[in-house]
Ligand binder design. Structure first.
Ligand code: NOJ
Length: 545
């Protein structure tokens, strides 16, 4: 056991977290609210315009006060930043832009001191083309041991001038790039992100070792990037068509959601279980169905997966109800909690996605936080930040923006740094500007501007999270009891005398039968007309009932 392991076991677990080994220990992650910090855009400690670990450290009390249970940090590892850190050059080294290993340890220690768990990203599908193994693979040439850790192949065509198969990159263009000696290598994302070959025992061993490195440092779990992509179909067969990613929602692809990935997560689970303190694995798994996602969450695999099905559901009561039921039904056979996600660093912020009206975003937050399972909050959603849709081309950094034909390439609009305080940019984000420009309207959306304003989004989140904590049944279990409600309205009961109603229509409606119900929290103003309680348009209400 290393010195770090010893130290971790002594002080690693959050101050007010239950010991998993204690009798009756709770599985903290089942109903946890997990806040995603996107390090480059959260808080800048050294005034270089880029967020960093010291910045995050100073803002941990804000997260504690907000009322979340855990923090997920997107990558801060050594990286040329070809894909905002999802191109990792060294998994055990902090990128100088974000700080040092001591800074990472300090974040983990301080978070634990505040009772917050810490989840870090692990990126196992691919690394950076600057990773030592890939550089060495290029040097050693065809047939070398190091090339076997990636997918190197000869090209097709008379002189090998065509890619080895027809696979397309998620970011657009072919998923293959040719190197100087004529071989091609596979990259499902940018050319700067070569895919690992997970048939290689060296790759398997290396990642178990990387997991242990961070577990020894005290992290409470991992968000697993592209968890569905690690294993490719034997022989790398052609797809025989273009627009391949459009199929992802319907079928297993030769490069996504192959059954072989599960073996990897079984071996990772064993590593997680070696550690005290209920360390978890969270899959970023894009699969054809909730049932296929559930396979990643069998008892000997991972703990949670992002619910992208829910994220993709529009503001429509029937569709939301179906998505909620489907999600809960799919997880029941494997005994895993469902998760609820509205936004992250890859999608249009939901304030904008749901119609640009903050009312819907407010109602969506109360709906999400009333459901059983674990909820993810993406930094800035608690401020009601909209997507920034008018970033000038010259500041954009999303690699897909430069390649086209793949993902829309517009992910910078949800990554604009957070406004903390003040009337002028960078609004307390740091002292040296911000790597993406913040809109002038964000002065009124800052943490300082919203704090203490009962009508603000921030205070809505704070109150909702406080109530969620004081109603321990709210996130627990997997039962939602639907109540009769007019068309376009959701009404459901949760344990502990709690009801949530959501009017998704653009018109006010009479509240469903509510004799004896007492409003606890509402995302919009409730009115009484002729002794009838009226739910305004696009409004959710929590009731004690
Ligand atoms: C998913 C991450 O969330 C995204 O930001 C990244 O570009 C891809 N995986 C590739 O790592």
């Amino acid at each position: 056991m290393t010195q770090q392991t010893n130290r971790h076991h002594a002080t690693g677990a959050p101050a007010d977290a239950a010991d998993a080994t204690a009798p009756g220990a709770t599985q903290w992650w089942r109903d946890a609210v997990i806040y995603q910090v996107y390090p480059r855009s959260f808080a800048d400690g050294n005034g270089d315009g880029m967020g960093d670990l010291p910045g995050i450290r100073t803002r941990l009390p804000y997260l504690k006060d907000l009322g979340v249970d855990a923090v997920w940090l997107s990558p801060f590892y050594s990286s040329p930043q070809a894909d905002a850190g999802y191109d990792v050059a060294d998994y055990r080294v902090i990128d100088p832009a974000f700080g040092t290993l001591a800074d990472a340890e300090a974040v983990i220690r301080d978070a634990h001191g505040l009772g917050l768990r810490v989840i870090v990203d692990v990126v196992p599908n691919h690394c950076s083309d600057q990773h030592a193994w890939f550089r060495q693979a290029l040097e050693e040439g065809p047939g070398s041991t190091l090339r076997d850790r990636f997918h190197f192949r000869k090209g097709r065509g008379e002189n090998g001038e065509l890619p080895p198969n027809d696979w397309e990159s998620v970011f657009g263009g072919p998923a293959w790039t040719r190197v100087a000696d004529g071989e091609w290598y596979l990259h499902l994302f940018a050319p700067e992100q070569p895919d690992f070959n997970w048939d290689s025992p060296a790759v398997q061993d290396e990642f178990r070792s990387i997991l242990r490195f961070w577990l020894d440092l005290g992290v409470d779990g991992f968000r697993i990037d592209v968890a569905h992509g690690l294993v490719k179909a034997p022989g790398l067969p052609d797809m025989g068509r273009t627009d391949q990613l459009k199929l992802l929602g319907n079928q297993v692809l030769p490069f996504f959601d192959q059954d072989g990935v599960h073996q990897i997560y079984r071996s990772w689970r064993k590593v997680l279980d070696e550690y005290a303190g209920e360390r978890i694995g969270v899959a970023e798994a894009w699969t054809p169905s909730a049932d296929r996602t559930a396979l990643y969450l069998r008892p000997d695999e991972l703990h949670q997966a992002f619910n992208f099905h829910y994220l993709g559901t529009g503001w429509d009561a029937a569709a939301l109800r179906a998505a909620i039921d489907d999600s809960l039904d799919a997880m029941r056979p494997v005994g895993a909690p469902t998760t609820w996600v509205l936004s992250n660093h890859d999608v249009v912020r939901h304030t904008t996605r749901l119609g640009g009206d903050v009312r819907r975003a407010r109602a969506a937050a109360l709906l999400m936080l009333a459901l059983p399972g674990s909820a993810y909050v993406y930094q800035g959603e608690e401020l009601g930040l909209p997507e920034v849709t008018d970033l000038p081309d010259e500041v954009r950094q999303d690699p897909a923006f430069f390649r086209g034909d793949g993902q829309d390439g517009l992910r910078d609009g949800c990554r604009v740094p957070i406004p903390w305080s003040g009337d002028t940019a960078p609004y307390g984000f740091g002292t040296g500007g911000s790597w993406l420009p913040q809109p002038p309207e964000w002065a009124r959306l800052s943490v300082a501007a919203q704090t203490g304003d009962p009508a603000s989004m921030l205070e809505l989140y704070r109150t909702a999270l406080r109530l969620r904590r004081s109603h321990p049944g709210l996130g627990a279990g997997d039962e939602v009891e639907w109540l009769d409600a007019p068309e376009g309205v959701l009404a459901f009961r949760r344990p502990g005398g709690f009801v949530c109603t959501v009017n998704t229509t653009p018109e006010p409606v009479r509240a469903p039968a509510h004799a004896g119900w007492r409003p606890l929290l509402s995302s919009g103003e409730l009115r009484t007309v002729d002794d009838e309680l009226i739910l305004p348009a696009d409004t959710a209400v929590w009731w004690e009932a």
